[in-house]
Design a protein around this ligand. Structure first.
Ligand code: GTP
Length: 177
């Protein structure tokens, strides 16, 4: 562990419009926008935190969820140390596609620390994916942590990002020996 601490690259993946950009904005800036600005290619944000008194920089890559950007996505998976899979609880198709995202990412990155996020839980009356379904998927993906989040209200957003940071920290420590 060098004196400069760690930089961790985390990728946030999932279908278009599930709330990836919004989750990152909520965590890094504490803001939320209701208009939808489609990500083109990728964005990234950086946030510093400390784990066990070590300075950590999380570099969070937000990959466009639209299929026609798939060539760009492959480049951006490279070097990822952690993954956040996101679906929208009001859209069953976004839930079903998590498996495809997982397949695509693990082809390139192998088995990296990951969490599953069921986003938009504030849209209670439009909910199509239950907590049981989310938990079952998290189990299927290797028993990864599962969070029900809202980028709008902030529900569980900090917890999810802090958890992936902690998981990558442990993983990096183990790799360093
Ligand atoms: P791509 O860039 O196309 O991959 O989309 P994205 O996954 O980054 O989604 P984005 O964050 O742009 O959000 C899409 C839309 O959903 C926007 O209109 C957001 O305001 C809305 N949204 C995101 N998160 C939430 C949430 O937790 N609750 C509600 N009600 N709306 C949300």
């Amino acid at each position: 562990m060098g004196s400069l601490g760690f930089v961790f690259k985390i990728v946030v993946v999932g279908d278009g419009a599930v709330g990836k950009t919004s989750l990152i904005k909520q965590w890094t800036e504490g803001t939320f926008r209701t208009d939808y600005i489609m990500t083109i290619g990728s964005n990234f944000a950086v946030k510093s935190l400390s784990i066990e008194d070590k300075p950590i920089k999380l570099q969070i890559w937000d990959l466009a969820g639209q299929p026609h950007f798939s060539d760009v996505r492959v480049l951006f998976y490279k070097g990822a140390m952690g993954a956040m899979y996101v679906f929208d609880v009001s859209r069953a198709d976004s839930f079903e596609n998590v498996d495809n995202w997982h397949g695509e990412l693990s082809n390139i990155c192998g088995d990296i620390p990951s969490v599953l996020l069921a986003n938009k839980v504030d849209l209670n009356d439009q909910r199509k994916v239950t907590r049981e379904m989310g938990n079952a998927l998290a189990k299927k993906l290797g028993g990864i942590p599962y969070y029900e989040t809202s980028a709008k209200t902030g529900t569980s957003v900090n917890e999810a990002f802090e958890r992936i940071a902690q998981m990558v920290f442990e993983w990096a420590k183990k790799k360093q020996g």
